[in-house]
Write a protein of this length. Structure first.
Length: 277
């Protein structure tokens, strides 16, 4: 009787110690006498001590920082770069039975892949084509970790450190590029302005009175300002006409003076002839 009670108490304790509560984001890989017995969870599960053991696997997304790596780019520039990798276990059975430490293995693969892939690109590509490089890193690392039950979601290159001499050279290059673009924009603006001026000149030349209207508009704009001196522009044709009129008047005056002089001389000659008679 006492043996039966003791055995019953032992079984109750044994069953209580066999209970496992598995959370929603966890899975248990149960081994029965060393043989993998499948994936358990989530919820309340039984894992019998002595006969069974278990390994817990977290299914949540893991953020892993890839430490700073020294690389040499395709154009022989020495640089340092760091990245971050986002991955999760999608097959707990493989993550336990196929590899000892999937997290450390993923970290090592990410580091070697980072150095290899970035070394295939030039420095300008590392700075300007970041999205394409990130996608390439994610695809390569994911192919290598697929057999371990690990899914790489994304890899992001965080920092790219370059030597100070290279930074100064890139700054000079950027400044020269900005100056080149500014000169191109200014030249295009002058070209467009010249075309508009030529078009306006053609319109003014073909439309009668356009020049006078433009002059009046300019006078109105200038007169709106205070303490301004207004200089009225005179057309060249009008100045030439005035000069011709003045010259004509001078010529007429000269002719009149010559006629008067001739008349006076004739009168003097007549008077002298009368005296002689």
């Amino acid at each position: 009787m006492e043996f039966g009670i003791g055995f019953l108490f032992f079984m109750m304790v044994y069953l209580l110690t066999s209970l496992r509560v598995i959370k929603e984001y966890e899975r248990f890989i149960v081994f029965t006498l060393g043989r993998a017995d499948g994936v358990r969870g989530p919820g309340l599960q039984l894992v019998f001590p002595i006969f069974q053991t278990s390994r817990k696997v977290d299914l949540r997304i893991i953020t892993m920082s890839i430490p700073m790596q020294e690389i040499i780019t395709k154009d022989n520039v020495s640089a340092k770069t760091a990245a971050v990798c986002f991955f999760q276990v999608v097959d707990p059975f493989k993550a336990v039975t196929k590899i000892e430490d999937p997290f450390n293995a993923t970290s090592q693969v990410a580091q070697t892949t980072l150095r290899s892939v970035l070394g295939q690109h030039e420095l300008d590509e590392l700075l300007t084509e970041r999205d394409a490089i990130n996608a390439k890193l994610s695809a390569i690392i994911d192919r290598q970790t697929e057999g371990w039950g690990v899914k790489v979601i994304s890899v992001e290159v965080k920092d790219v450190e370059i030597p100070e001499s290279m930074k100064r050279a890139m700054a000079k290059q950027a400044e020269a590029e900005r100056e080149r673009r500014a000169k191109i924009v200014a030249a295009e603006g002058e070209h467009q302005a010249a075309e508009k001026l030529a078009q306006a000149a053609r319109v003014i030349g073909t439309v009668p009175g356009a020049m006078q209207l433009r002059q009046l508009q300019t006078m109105v704009e200038v007169s709106a300002e205070k303490n301004s001196t207004l200089i009225f522009p005179v057309p060249i044709e009008l100045m030439q006409f005035a000069q011709a009129a003045v010259q004509h008047m001078r010529n007429e005056n000269d002719e009149d003076e010559a006629g008067e002089k001739i008349k006076i001389e004739e009168k003097v000659a007549e008077a002298v002839q009368v005296k002689k008679q």
